[in-house]
Design a protein. Structure first.
Length: 128
């Protein structure tokens, strides 16, 4: 009987604890947007300019395939039929939440961080 009373008391306590009201800071619609206060390090910018550079791989014969550059959420930035030996430079504006981009060229898949407004890819295989 003690166990049932204990379990009932525990269940009741948990139920009551879950019923606490959350504090909500409502927005005052009568206050104009010019009077909003934000911290000094708040960034109002929601986009970033990124220069994407793809270094080509010199080949003795022309090799062509589809080159695709995507954001982490899968949005295509560029999709072209590209000759492997050619370099590509592209200036785009992206959401500021992106910190890396993905490249696919045939079976080759690469990732590049966006650093100082640049994302660089190389079709030249790296030595390991």
């Amino acid at each position: 009987m003690k166990n049932i009373s204990f379990l009932f008391a525990l269940a009741f306590t948990l139920f009551m604890a879950s019923c606490q009201k959350e504090e909500v800071n409502p927005v005052d619609p009568s206050k104009p947007i010019e009077e909003l206060t934000v911290s000094n390090d708040f960034k109002w910018i929601t986009s970033q300019s990124v220069i994407i550079h793809v270094k080509g791989l010199p080949t003795p014969v022309p090799v062509r395939n589809v080159l695709v550059i995507r954001t982490p959420d899968g949005s295509e930035i560029l999709k072209i039929f590209h000759e492997m030996s050619k370099d590509v430079t592209l200036d785009v504006t992206l959401h500021s939440v992106y910190s890396e981009l993905y490249l696919k060229y045939g079976a080759l898949q690469l990732t590049s961080p966006i650093k100082d407004g640049k994302a660089e890819f190389s079709l030249i295989p790296s030595k390991k």
